[in-house]
Design a protein around this ligand. Structure first.
Ligand SMILES: [Zn+2]
Length: 355
C-alpha cells in the first residue's frame, strides 16, 4: 500500500513538473530543431528524377521545389511565352556577380538536354548546401562567385508535341498541314510554328541554307530572323545581362562546337575553354565551322558575333544510340556519366575570362 502511494506521488510530481511552465533558461526543442537529421535528409534528397520522360509540367514542379528548398541559392522567373503560351522558364543558380548562360531544348526531340540542366541544378545545389566537393570542384566557392542562368527548355511547345502527340497541341490541323521531314511527331525539332529555333538568330541568317522553305518539322528558318517568341526571349535575356560565356545543349554526337570562322579571331578564350570541356567529358572538339551557310543563324553563333564572348554548342548523347528521341531511363549512361563535371568546369573557366 505504502509502495503504491509512493509510486502515485512520484507519478503526480513528474506529471506536474512536465506541465509546469518552462523556465526561461530551459532548452526548448521546437519542431524545427528536433528533426534535424530528417530535415537535413529531405533538404538534400534528390528533387529531379532524370530517368523519366522529362516534361514541361515536371520542369515547373521541380523548379518550384528547388526554389523552395534552396531559397538563398536558386531563383526562378519567366522570360517570355512560347507560341502556345507556355512559360519560358529561367532558373538562376548561384550567388555570384559574374554570369554565364546555359540553354537546353532549342530542338524539341532533344529534350533530354532539359533533363540534363535540371539535374545539374539539383546536384550542384545539394553540393553547395553540404559544402561537399564534387569531383575536383568546390561547388560552393564556384557558385559564390558565379550565377548560372539556365533556360532548361527553350522550346516547350515542341517538347509537348514530341511527348504527348498531336492531340496535345492547340491547333492540330495547322501541324498536319506542315512539311514532315521525319515519320513521327516524336522526332519533331521545330517550334509549334514549324520554325527551327536554331536557324532563327540574326547571324548570317540570309546565307543560311535549308532544304525546306515552308513550315516543317525541322530545318525551316522562317521568313525572317527572330520572328519566333522563343528566340526573341533568348536574345533579350542575353542583351539584358552581361554573360561571360554561353552554352547551348543539343543531342546527339558527344561533340563540342566551339568556333566559327566569322568570330574565331575575335574570341581569344574559346580555344582553351573548349579544350578543358573536352578533357572533362571526353567529347571531341569539332573543327572550326567555316561555312556560314551551314553554321549561320545558330544560337551560339549569334552569341559569339553579338558579344565577342565564347559560345558553345554541346551535343550530348552518343551517336547512333538508337532510340528516338532517346531512352530516358538510360540518362546516366547516355549523358551524366560523362558530363556531370562539365558545368562546374564552365563556371571555373568563366572566372578566368577578362571583361
Ligand atoms: Zn539540336
Amino acid at each position: 500500500m505504502k509502495k503504491t502511494f509512493f509510486a502515485l506521488t512520484l507519478f503526480c510530481i513528474i506529471v506536474l513538473s512536465a506541465c509546469a511552465a518552462p523556465k526561461p533558461d530551459m532548452v526548448i526543442f521546437d519542431s524545427e530543431d528536433i528533426p534535424q537529421k530528417a530535415t537535413e535528409k529531405s533538404m538534400h534528397a534528390d528533387i529531379v528524377n532524370p530517368c523519366q520522360t522529362y516534361s514541361y509540367e515536371q520542369m515547373l514542379i521541380d523548379s518550384k521545389r528547388l526554389t523552395e528548398t534552396y531559397p538563398d541559392l536558386i531563383a526562378a522567373e519567366n522570360i517570355g511565352e512560347s507560341v502556345e503560351g507556355r512559360e519560358l522558364l529561367l532558373i538562376k543558380l548561384g550567388k555570384g556577380e559574374k554570369n554565364v548562360l546555359l540553354a537546353g531544348a532549342h530542338h524539341a526531340r532533344e529534350y533530354i538536354s532539359s533533363t540534363f540542366l535540371m539535374e545539374v541544378i539539383d546536384e550542384y545545389a545539394r553540393c553547395y548546401e553540404t559544402d561537399n566537393d564534387f569531383g575536383d570542384y568546390d561547388i560552393k566557392s564556384l557558385l559564390d562567385d558565379v550565377t548560372v542562368y539556365i533556360v532548361p527548355m527553350v522550346n516547350p511547345d515542341g517538347v509537348n508535341l514530341v511527348q504527348n502527340g498531336l492531340e496535345a497541341v492547340k491547333d492540330p490541323e495547322k501541324i498536319m498541314s506542315m512539311n514532315m521531314l521525319k515519320d513521327s511527331f516524336s522526332e519533331w525539332k521545330a517550334n509549334i510554328n514549324g520554325v527551327d529555333l536554331n536557324r532563327q538568330y540574326p547571324c548570317h541568317w540570309d546565307e543560311k541554307r535549308s532544304n525546306t522553305d515552308v513550315p516543317s518539322s525541322e530545318m525551316y528558318k522562317g521568313t525572317a530572323p527572330a520572328t519566333e517568341p522563343e528566340v526573341q526571349a533568348m536574345m533579350a535575356l542575353c542583351q539584358e545581362n552581361d554573360f561571360l560565356l554561353a552554352a547551348s545543349f543539343h543531342t546527339k554526337g558527344e561533340v563540342i562546337y566551339w568556333a566559327d570562322s566569322g568570330t574565331q579571331n575575335s574570341i581569344e578564350a574559346s580555344s582553351s575553354i573548349a579544350q578543358t570541356m573536352s578533357d572533362v567529358t571526353g567529347y571531341d572538339l569539332m573543327p572550326v565551322s567555316e561555312d556560314a551557310a551551314v553554321y549561320g543563324a545558330g544560337f551560339e553563333n549569334w552569341f559569339r558575333q553579338e558579344f565577342s564572348r565564347p559560345g558553345f554548342c554541346v551535343e550530348l548523347t552518343p551517336t547512333g544510340n538508337g532510340a528516338v528521341p532517346h531512352d530516358d531511363a538510360e540518362f546516366e549512361s547516355l549523358i551524366w556519366d560523362k558530363t556531370r563535371y562539365l558545368v562546374a568546369e564552365l563556371i571555373n573557366q568563366a572566372l578566368g575570362i577578362r571583361k
